[in-house]
Design a protein around this ligand. Sequence first.
Ligand code: CP
Length: 315
Amino acid sequence: KRHLLSAADLSRDDAELVLSTAAELRSLADRPIKKLPALRGRTVVNLFFEDSTRTRISFEAAAKRLSADVINFAAKGSSLSKGESLKDTALTLEAMGADAVVVRHGASGAPHRLAHSGWVRSSVVNAGDGTHEHPTQALLDAFTLWRHLGEEKRGGLEGRRVAIVGDVLHSRVARSNALLLKTLGAEVTLVGPPTLLPVGVEEWGVETSYDLDAVIPKVDAVMMLRVQRERMQGGFFPTPREYSRRYGLDGRRMATLQDHTIVMHPGPMVRGMEITADVADSDRSVIVEQVTNGVAVRMAVLYLLLGGSESESNE
Ligand code: CP
C-alpha cells in the first residue's frame, strides 16, 4: 500500500504485518545503537496543522531511527497565517522532495484530499484528521494490547474484550480503534453518556453502553478517552462533575477490574476528569508504554510504506 489514511483500509493481514514488524523493531530500543539504515536518503515531512506532543515526536523519532531525513512543519509560525492553502503547502513539500507526508489536520478528510489530489507523489500518513481517524494510534494501541493480552501471535486478540470509554463523539482515536480491533477479532464496547456517543455508532460493529460500572468488570482492557472540550461548541453536557462521577475511572472502579485487565489512554490526559492520577500512575496503567510502542509502530508503518522499491508501491 502507498498511503495509510484509515484503519478501515487495513486487512487483518496488513494490520498483523505492522504489529509483527513493530515487534521486531521494538527490540532496537533496548540496543545501545538504536538506528537502522533502512530509509537512508528518504525524506519524511511532519505536517502538523493541529497541536501534538506524542504523535509528532514519535514520528520524528521513528523516521530518525530508520535514518530518514525529517522536516517538521507546524502551522504556527508558517505561511498559513498569511492565507496559504493546503494545496500550496503540499506543492511546496513536493518541490522539496518529500517521500512521506505525515499529516495532522483539524478537518476530517484532509489527509485523503492530500493523497488523492495529485498535488503530491509521496505517501500520505494520517496522523489525526478532525473527529475522523487516527490510524497509527489504533495500531499502537493494538500493539500494546497484543503484547499484554495476545502473547504477540497472529490472531492473538481474537475474542478479547475492550471497553472504549468517554467522549466517543469527538474521538478519532475511538473510531480508528473500533475499526481496527474489530478487524483483529476483538469485541469492543463503547461506553459514554448518550450525548457523547455518535448517532449511528452501531454501524461500527460494536456494542454500546451508558453504564460503565456494568461493563468494566467483564473486559480485558479499558481505554479511556480525553474529553475534548475544545470541540464542543454547544457547551459540555453532562457537567464535568457529573461526567467524572459517572464515566471517570477512579480507584474504586479500578478495584472492580479483573486481575489481568489493563488501563489505557491515548493521551493527552485530563487528570481528574476522565481518569484520576492514582489510576493513571498505577501498575495497571500502560499509558507510558503506549508512547514507547508508538515509536516502534510508526517505524513499522514508515518502513512498510517506504522501505520497498518504487516499483513495489501501489495504491
Ligand atoms: N495520542 C495523541 O495523538 O497524542 P498527541 O495529540 O499528543 O499527538
